[in-house]
Design a protein around this ligand. Sequence first.
Ligand SMILES: [Zn+2]
Length: 297
Amino acid sequence: MRTRLSPTLVLLALVLVALLAALTDVPARLRAELAPVTVRVEPASVPLGGTVFVAITAPEATVLCVQTGGKQYPVTRQPDGRWKALVGVWMEELPGPRIMRTYAEVNGKKISVDVHYTVEKRTFPIQRLRMTKEQDAQYEAPSVQEEYRLIRAAINHHDAEQAWQGAFALPVDGRISTRYGVQRYRNGKKVGVHKGIDIAAPTGSPIRAANAGTVTLRRDFGLHGRTIVVNHGSGVVGLYLHLHDFDVAEGDLVKAGQVIGSVGSTGVATGPHLHYALYVHGTAIDPVLWKTIPSGW
Ligand SMILES: [Zn+2]
């Protein structure tokens, strides 16, 4: 007696055959669309004030941007064909897991790739400063708003081309007298957080550019004192305050380690020191953490 195949079984077998065929015969174009973009974030666990270094390999794609924490960051194409992006982690962010989404275009089709990283908790000390009424009043001077505006503009200026290479050395030999992230109280009133580091050194000590870049601001300010901004490109900008003297002019290209000025206490300062801050796409990060960075940068 012949067994009859049930129509359901026949249908199931046909579906299976079709599925197998589809899986074993994926066209090359489609394979490229399935895994065309590889994203690597370093470190996978970043402290507050740290920086996420993003390296993207996408030989057949155009990488558009990366997005994390509700913000979008530009990508820059490197001479070797890879793409890079930098994400600064602000000291007051909420620690916890994060998703980084990379947007790219492959054969005219937009795709996105998600990778994960974690923002680690870190506590920052409190510092109480005593200042005279005259010193305190200088923070409220009308010219101060203009100082902040000019510095802000220089810090936020985005130069896509990366002039820097490798780690960023600290610009002055000396003791770090105030670290990044310190919560500051002036005469008992909370006045903000310390967005850079203070390096104490005798007046006249040389200040060396932390890495290569262009001098985009050189001013003698009332509050910030003699000020230099060096734009290192790809979103990285260095700020140097309270200088005694300048050794460079606006528009100068500087090499890593080149003397750009000397330590002083111009503006409002309690003694000779360099206030040095490093910004990544406008976010002040901890410059000490840039003394070692992932290889290949
Ligand atoms: Zn400072």
